[in-house]
Design a protein around this ligand. Structure first.
Ligand SMILES: CC(C)(COP(=O)(O)OP(=O)(O)OC[C@H]1O[C@@H](n2cnc3c(N)ncnc32)[C@H](O)[C@@H]1OP(=O)(O)O)[C@@H](O)C(=O)NCCC(=O)NCCS
Length: 135
């Protein structure tokens, strides 16, 4: 049975291990422990999935709990994928955000996932990376 918890008071090593075990670690700074620590510490809406005491899924977001929830990382352990855990993590994230819209950028591997579970793509999303400068 999978149980769900709310909050970012998590063991950082267990979280980093989950990023590896889900493959999301290929696209996140898992080797920069301090950056990962800040990502977890400053996220204000974190939902996790557990198989007993094993961390098997995470939805890590920043939310104002009113207008927008940015879902930065969604990861489910490979051994536990395709059991509805990812969908449930997003459902709970949406619910906890009140009126906020859930917004995210898909990893290449997940581009077919989000429409499948009912999310809509937005044709005018814009980004400015930390190393980029405005004109
Ligand atoms: C993407 C991810 C979070 C999905 O989690 P999950 O728990 O396996 O997904 P769910 O069980 O909720 O899947 C719901 C449905 O989507 C389907 N699905 C799952 N992964 C899919 C994918 N990558 N592409 C298309 N469909 C997918 C499932 O088969 C299921 O379909 P069904 O309802 O017809 O049975 C998980 O595969 C993962 O961690 N991937 C690696 C990391 C990653 O890419 N994260 C996204 C970052 S933006």
């Amino acid at each position: 049975m999978i149980t769900y918890r709310i909050g970012n008071a998590l063991d950082l090593d267990a979280v980093i291990e989950l990023y590896h075990a889900s493959t999301l670690g290929e696209r996140r700074p898992v080797d920069d422990r301090e950056r990962m620590r800040l990502m977890l510490a400053n996220a204000n809406l974190v939902v996790t999935a557990w198989d007993g005491e094993l961390l098997v899924g995470i939805a890590r977001s920043v939310s104002d709990f009113s207008y927008a929830t940015y879902l930065s990382d969604l990861a489910v352990r490979l051994s536990h994928q395709k059991q509805g855990i990812g969908r449930e993590l997003i459902r709970r994230t949406q619910e906890l955000g009140g009126q906020a819209t859930v917004i995210l950028l898909s990893a290449p591997k997940a581009v077919d996932y989000y429409p499948r579970i009912g999310m809509k793509s937005h044709p005018s999303a814009w980004m400015l990376a930390a190393a980029e400068r405005l004109h």
